[in-house]
Design a protein around this ligand. Structure first.
Ligand code: GLU
Length: 485
């Protein structure tokens, strides 16, 4: 049997990084097994539907670089792949369950719900379960729209085999009592739609987050009620923050768009996500898309939760950035420089050649593509203000700094004619003569030239800016500090 998997996002919010991992693992299973990856849009919750998040799904995968074989935009043998376009089918199946006795009509108006659960227990009191047709007719006459509810068995237990978790068993009375399958607006709930679609789309494996384990028992009951074979279930380990709580805004970025906007490379994100709950062996860390497409295997999925480590992701990102050619890096950082208002869109020739010349200097220092703005600002914009605190090294008197800058000024006059080593030697000797640490001579110069304590390598920065402009900045800082005194 050929493997068919699906990613089934609900367009009710921006794509979450955990959802992206689910999509990735589905995609990788399809690729590594010669199977089919399906995208299905689960938009039956009309109240929470959000058009922008539908677009966000497409944008996310366009950026991430994985494609589905069947889906709303590419079509396929089981179209339509958008649940709101399949509603008549769900209605038919809900009806079928009513006819076979597995489901029943309920008239859950506010009054009926208020009267329910007189025994004080939690949950839904299934008052319409055994109600006669004549009784129900009264509700119809009052114009109360019916919903269709599943009849959860009171006795027995339901079990399924999970490829990650092993055998999962649940007492039927612990499964939600008589959940709604078809709402009064005629739309299905997730439970009905997911079972009908996974069956009709011939999904062989359901890979999804472990938060869905509690509802899987209900789905298994639905498969039985329909007389269908359930797919294989494979619940992926949770993605947690460092504190062991579910990954959320408190930990950092969670939506994929935030990661994109801060300048993560899709291949770094893919490599990092592939390790969240899956490992090939104990030592290998780097996996390109092609490696993953051939090596991925559900056998190597872990049961225990994965911890999302932002610093590790940054480290991957920096590594992938350093693998880019200079031309590639130029194209990658440019949108960030445009966004941050540092260059025109498109950049003029002077800006373009300045950026190109600067790429070799900043590539080692980029953790995120967006770091380029901070590192290149000094080249692309005039510095109007310096922070005196930054110009003055720790434990140094303000009045001494103009002298250090004046000395540094002399040493960089011919910076474009000599090597870094020569300059460094000069600064070392000068610092010694002044009786100060090398850093205390270099830091004020760095802040004067680049406006920041974190800059690209200083001598390279001076050459890029030009000795003349660098000296002007040094002079401005000397004047500023003298005024401070
Ligand atoms: N639409 C569900 C979601 O938003 C899909 C869950 C599943 O994969 O069954 O995550």
């Amino acid at each position: 049997m050929s493997i068919r998997v699906r990613y089934a996002p609900s367009p009710t919010g921006l794509q979450h990084i955990g959802g992206l991992r689910t999509a990735l693992f589905n995609y990788l299973l399809a690729r590594s097994s010669g199977g089919t990856f399906v995208l299905r849009i689960e938009d039956t919750d009309r109240e929470r539907f959000d058009e922008r998040s539908l677009q966000d799904i497409y944008d996310t995968f366009q950026w991430f670089g994985i494609r589905w074989d069947e889906g709303p935009d590419v079509g396929g043998p089981f179209a339509p792949y958008i649940q709101s376009e399949r509603v008549s089918m769900y209605r038919e199946y809900a009806r079928q369950l009513v006819e076979s006795g597995y489901a029943y009509e309920a008239f859950d108006d506010a009054e009926a719900l208020r009267e329910s659960r007189e025994d004080g227990k939690q949950g839904y009191e299934p008052i319409f379960r055994g109600m006669s047709e004549a009784e129900k007719q009264k509700y119809r006459d009052r114009g109360v729209p019916p919903v269709i509810r599943f009849r959860t068995p009171d006795e027995g237990a339901t079990e399924f085999e999970d490829l990650v978790l092993g055998r999962v068993k649940r007492k039927n009375r612990d499964i939600v009592t008589d959940p709604v399958l078809l709402k009064s607006d005629g739309f299905p709930t997730y439970h009905l739609a997911v079972v009908v679609d996974d069956h009709h789309m011939e999904i062989s494996h359901v890979l999804r987050g472990q938060e869905w384990v509690p509802t899987t028992g209900l789905h298994v009951l639905l498969y039985k009620a329909f007389g269908w074979q359930a797919p294989a279930f494979c619940h992926l380990p949770m993605v947690l923050g460092k504190d062991g709580q579910k990954l959320s805004k408190r930990h950092g970025a969670t939506s994929v768009i935030e990661f994109r906007n801060s300048g993560y490379l899709p291949e770094a994100v893919m490599n990092y996500l592939s390790r969240l709950g899956w490992s090939y062996d104990d030592s290998r860390e780097f996996f390109g898309q092609a490696d993953l497409e051939s090596l991925f295997d559900v056998e190597k999925l872990s049961k225990s939760p994965a911890v999302f480590d932002y610093r590790k992701l940054d480290w991957f990102n920096g590594s992938y950035i350093r693998e880019k050619s200079e031309d590639e890096l130029y194209d990658l950082v440019l949108p960030f420089l445009v966004r941050d208002g540092l260059v025109s869109d498109p950049p003029d020739d002077a800006q373009a050649s300045t950026i190109r010349a600067a790429i070799p200097l900043i590539r080692e220092r980029l953790r995120l593509l967006s770091d380029a703005s901070g590192l290149l600002r000094f080249l692309l914009q005039d510095i109007r203000e310096w922070t005196v605190d930054e110009l003055v090294p720790k434990k140094t008197a303000v009045e001494d700094v103009p002298d250090y800058l004046a000395r540094a000024r002399e040493l960089i006059q011919d910076a474009d004619a000599v090597s870094d080593d020569v300059l460094e030697e000069r600064f070392r000797a000068a610092a010694e003569a002044l009786g100060i640490k090398l850093g205390n001579l270099l830091m004020p110069l760095r802040v004067a030239v680049t406006g920041s304590t974190a800059s690209p390598p200083l001598f390279g920065a001076i050459r890029l800016l030009g000795v003349h402009r660098s000296l002007e900045r040094v002079d401005a800082c000397i004047a500023l500090l003298r005024k401070e005194n």
